[in-house]
Design a protein around this ligand. Structure first.
Ligand SMILES: NC(=O)c1ccc[n+]([C@@H]2O[C@H](COP(=O)([O-])OP(=O)(O)OC[C@H]3O[C@@H](n4cnc5c(N)ncnc54)[C@H](O)[C@@H]3O)[C@@H](O)[C@H]2O)c1
Length: 369
């Protein structure tokens, strides 16, 4: 199969969809790889490295799309890229469509087949292609939260770990999945006092076992409202797979927090779980509402491409190979986890939760196969 990798163009997005090691595997299986020049540079991979392992370099994104059947990306197509997608393409990337009606409509209009990394889901409900980036995002969320708690950065001026005789910062993490646990580990490592909330009691039991010094709390509006009063740093880390995040922290709750406290809404890519949160960029990551600093970067792992690009390829490669070796229709019949990633097929929205959230017509995938 002809596989294309364009350079990522989202604001401060430095990852690339495949490492040279991944290209070796694709070529070994008889596929052709087209990669845009300089696509891997910010992740530490030169054009020469890709060329050496057999990839063909192309000067523009337009040439990559024209030459390829399977397009591998990291982030959702940006507006400038919509025009390149046609019915010849299978697009495999993070899409996070629940947070963008415009993008969803553009992909429907493109007639391409779109498979979302983040909804590929194994029988045990795990999300193998979201996990590595959630690990990265959970860890960075605390680093960024700690940074914006510093007075020169607009924060209240509190040290995460406190110091002898002075209490540490208080961190509230909403959602105890991958992002939540990684954030908890980092916050504990810095010496903060951590409370983690979830509606899944089994998850909270696991948290207690792995991280016995973390306080667990069942997630309800009332519990969040009570806990947030004494919180310096809130991490939003909930997920309803494929759907919009529920709004769990309201504007009224912000008024009860101390000024200069910080909220990092990692779930912003699914619409955010904080009422006042909106997507921001690495260039302008924060803004203030009711005296509370909001951080809403939707591509957090893009800031550490040396780590993220390798972690992403490690996770995506087995699925990319299945799509490339068999074609997407056979691949999803053989792999039910991959089938759950299929969002749009030739102008039809086939992910039911998404059609409910975005109020768009739904077509059953079975009907199209
Ligand atoms: N901003 C970024 O760059 C970035 C990067 C990676 C992941 N993410 C996002 O972070 C979010 C979390 O991802 P994850 O991999 O940790 O998901 P996950 O599925 O591992 O965990 C989500 C958790 O949220 C819990 N939850 C659901 N409803 C809840 C509620 N009402 N109250 C409390 N908890 C609730 C679930 O029970 C689950 O434990 C997702 O939206 C994901 O897309 C963002």
């Amino acid at each position: 199969m002809k596989i294309g990798i364009p350079k990522e163009i989202k604001n401060h997005e430095y990852r690339v969809a495949i490492t040279p090691a991944g290209v070796v595997e694709l070529i070994r299986h008889g596929h052709q790889v087209f990669i845009e020049t300089q696509a891997g540079l910010a992740s530490g991979y030169s054009d020469e490295e890709y060329q050496k392992v057999g990839a063909t370099l192309l000067a523009t994104a337009s040439l990559v799309f024209e030459s390829s059947e399977l397009i591998l990306k990291v982030k959702e197509p940006q507006e400038e890229e919509y025009k390149y997608l046609t019915s010849q393409h299978t697009l495999f990337t993070y899409l996070h469509l629940a947070s963008s009606l415009d993008l969803t409509k553009a992909l429907i209009n493109s007639q391409a087949t779109c498979i979302a990394y983040e909804t590929v889901q194994e029988d045990d409900n795990s999300l193998p292609l979201l996990v590595p980036m959630s690990q990265v995002a959970g860890r960075i969320a605390i680093q960024e939260g700690a940074r914006f708690l510093l007075k020169p950065n607009g924060g209240k001026g509190i040290l995460m770990g406190g110091v002898t005789g002075v209490l540490p910062a208080r961190v509230m993490i909403i959602g105890s999945g991958i992002v939540g646990i990684e954030a908890a580990k980092m916050a504990l490592g810095l010496g903060a006092k951590v409370t983690i909330l979830d509606v899944n009691l089994n998850r909270l039991r696991e948290v207690e076992e792995i991280l016995p010094t973390v306080n667990t709390l069942y997630s309800t509006q009332l519990n969040i409202a009570k806990e947030i009063v004494d919180t310096d740093l809130v991490i939003g880390a909930v997920l309803i797979t494929g759907g919009k995040a529920p709004k769990l922290v309201t504007r009224d709750m912000l008024k009860t927090m101390e000024k200069g406290s910080v909220i990092v809404d990692v779930a912003v890519d699914q619409g955010g779980c904080i009422e006042t949160c909106k997507p921001t960029t690495h260039e302008n990551p924060v803004y203030e509402v009711e005296g509370i600093i909001h951080y809403g970067v939707a591509n957090i792992p893009g800031a550490v491409p040396f780590t993220s690009t390798q972690a992403l390829t490690n996770a995506t490669l087995p699925y990319v190979l299945q799509i490339a070796n068999k074609g997407w229709t056979q691949a999803i019949q053989d792999n039910k986890a991959l089938e759950k990633g299929v969002s749009i097929v030739h102008g039809n929205l086939v992910y039911e939760k998404l059609s409910e959230d975005l109020n768009l017509p739904y077509t059953s995938l079975d009907k199209l196969l």
